[in-house]
Design a protein around this ligand. Structure first.
Ligand code: URA
Length: 286
């Protein structure tokens, strides 16, 4: 059966292919979409009947147009490093990110080994990353280096990427950072998708809840996302805590062990040798 949502997606993709970047939804179209959404919502079987209530509908102001993110990146070069370099050049002036007006100017691209077997993905650069134009060089980056070291790896062996290639802006911003919004992640996702297809890692580590939301469309708490394998277009993904979580005073050995168990699973997945000592890290003392 052809679902109405498939017809809508097909229409939007055709518009995008024609070069249309925005569509305006008038009142009729919005009502139609709402009706489809209500039809698709599962009906709670045990819900008690609600007393009839008079609902005051607010006067609606027209919503902003839906932006369709173009995916027309040009990948040039023959080696992986050359292809990644061609993406980096295009990221500098990436119009969908600039058009949002919510991201800062400086572009901070991914770093690491284009031949890596493991790709680590996070959400967006922060103050220190912007200052040095390098991902993961601030306190969370130091933590990440420590994690890689206990895995027997270095930064030079892995590939490190953020979904959003610009630091999210805030009013009167100094050293404070904020998480990227879904729109900011959507605007930059074509780069990450292209990077994954070039690097072809054996396994991806998604750091933190926001990254898992942007990359995998998951929602909820990190505790429900970690501890199992997910999939991004055929590549296995392990979600774990963002390293900045370990910097919080509340993060004790239990959290460190959970993160470490995710890393052990990654090491097993790509057949890295694991010593007995490594297997025992952060276990409670007997
Ligand atoms: N936090 C992130 O999510 N990415 C970085 O590059 C640094 C900190």
């Amino acid at each position: 059966m052809i679902r109405p949502v498939d017809v809508l997606l097909e229409f939007l993709e055709a518009e995008q292919a024609r070069g249309v970047s925005h569509v305006h939804l008038d009142q009729g179209a919005r009502d139609g979409l709402r009706q489809l959404q209500n039809q698709a919502r599962p009906v709670a079987k045990t819900a008690p009947p609600k007393p009839a209530a008079r609902v005051e509908m607010p006067v609606e102001t027209p919503p902003p147009p839906i932006a369709l993110v173009p995916t027309n990146l040009t990948i040039q070069g023959s080696s992986r490093a050359e292809k990644i370099a061609s993406l980096r050049r295009q990221a500098e002036t990436w119009a969908p990110a600039r058009a949002l007006g919510t991201l800062r100017e400086t572009m901070i691209f991914s770093t690491g080994n284009p031949e890596a077997r493991i790709m680590l993905i996070s959400e967006a650069p922060g103050y220190q990353e912007e200052k040095e134009r390098q991902p993961f060089v601030g306190p969370a980056g130091q933590k990440l280096n420590d994690i890689l070291k206990v895995m027997g790896l270095s930064r030079e062996e892995v590939y490190l990427a953020n979904i959003v290639k610009f630091r999210p802006a805030t009013p009167k911003q100094t050293i404070n950072n904020r998480r990227p919004t879904p729109e900011e992640m959507t605007a930059c996702m074509p780069f990450l998708r292209a990077e994954i297809s070039i690097i072809q890692p054996q396994c991806i580590i998604a750091l933190g809840e926001t990254t898992a939301e942007g990359l995998l469309g998951l929602s909820g708490h990190i505790s429900t996302m970690r501890g199992s394998w997910h999939d991004f277009e055929g590549t296995p993904v392990r979600v774990t805590y963002h390293p900045s979580h370990l910097l919080q005073t509340s993060a004790g050995n239990h959290t460190k062990r959970l993160l470490w168990e995710d890393m052990l699973s990654v090491m097993e997945k790509i057949d890295l040798t694991i010593s007995d000592k490594q297997r025992g890290y952060f276990l409670p003392k007997a």
